[in-house]
Design a binder for this molecule. Sequence first.
Ligand code: BGC
Length: 434
Amino acid sequence: MDTLTQALAELRRQFTVPTDVLRDVAAAFQADLKAGLAGAPASLPLLPAYLANPTGRERGRYLALDFGGTNVRVLLVELLGDGVVHVRRRVSRRLRDIARGYDYTAPDVTPAALFGFLARLVGMVAPAEGRWPLGFTFSYPCRQTGLTRAVLLRWHKEIRVPGVEGQDVGKLLQQALTREQVRQVELKAIINDTVGTQLAGAYGDRDCRAGVIIGTGFNVCYLEEQVFAPPGQIINLECGDFARLPRNAYDNRLDAASANPGGQRLEKMVAGLYLGELVRLMVVDLAERGVLLAGAAPAGLDQPYAFTGEDLGRVLTDTAPDQPHTAALLAKLTGSAGTPAERAALRDICSMVVVRSARLVAAVLLGLLRHSDPKLERRHVIAIDGALYSHLPGYGRYLSLLLDQALGTAARQVIMRPTPDGSGLGAAIAAAAG
Ligand code: BGC
């Protein structure tokens, strides 16, 4: 075996989640969920959403502001009942656009500047006449004390804007709407993006009992029907924070250098933002050991997060012989297109992190299903969205396969339902319920 093949075998060993470990993670997740619901210490924050599933009879026009990933979106949505929705207007802006000269994730941005940016986007979509109810999807952990009161516990996904943690983001948005003269808009609900995704799924199918986002970040919510009286209540699990996991040296390195060391350990092994960074850490390590890209200057890879989730997708979908897109990407990042063996190695590395991500998500969903319905006596529709899930070919199929393998014949009760734009549409549904 040559040194590159050996190094890859060693990496594969570190990133493999064998079936028995997958089962252990599922059991630990289920136990943590049970402990958390009973008020015992647990690594799952369990944040009530102050909402149950919609009835499907919600109708009318609503605004939705969706903030929490790479892009901020504002939609004007028409709800027509029973799962039928039309998006009448839409704007989308990146939160960070270096080419246009702004970065609303940076530590020198004030809360007023960030929320002013959001309010102006709402103003671009809100019609001038009439009163417009707004649902606000804010995809960071919040302690809610009502549908429009949500205190940010901590930023995730590498946002570093000071002065927002500990504040009521509903209040910050309302003040910004007033300052920006967007007075025709009334905040009716604040929700997490997983909750939005579940609401969007449940609007057309009352058996939708969970919402999942696998995108820049990772999280799951579900309808808790045992602890709360009917119709139950949706709980944001914030399961990116789940910590009872086997980790390797690259996971630890990524965590130590992140904006929130020790936090979001599962998210850092699953979500798009971090998978690219894991790949970068592995490539830099192999390059430093002289095993990969020996003739190149991987300086372009020195910068944390220089290898993005999109880059990872580009490599994995580059199936043509000689991997031309991978060659171009490597040339851009390192000055060398790499040898065919090196490009194939990069594909292997990308696939290791993606496979592990899907296996850990499967473990979480298995733990959740066992909690909600141990014998799977009912139908469970799981609404799911996020760039990694929807844009990475094969991710969704692999996740379904893992659930099928683990659940056997009962797997027919579990339906994974892709729910595009669920986080935004769900905000409109929440506004209708609010
Ligand atoms: C946030 C969650 C969110 C998830 C997916 C995580 O970083 O903590 O609230 O649901 O990302 O966007």
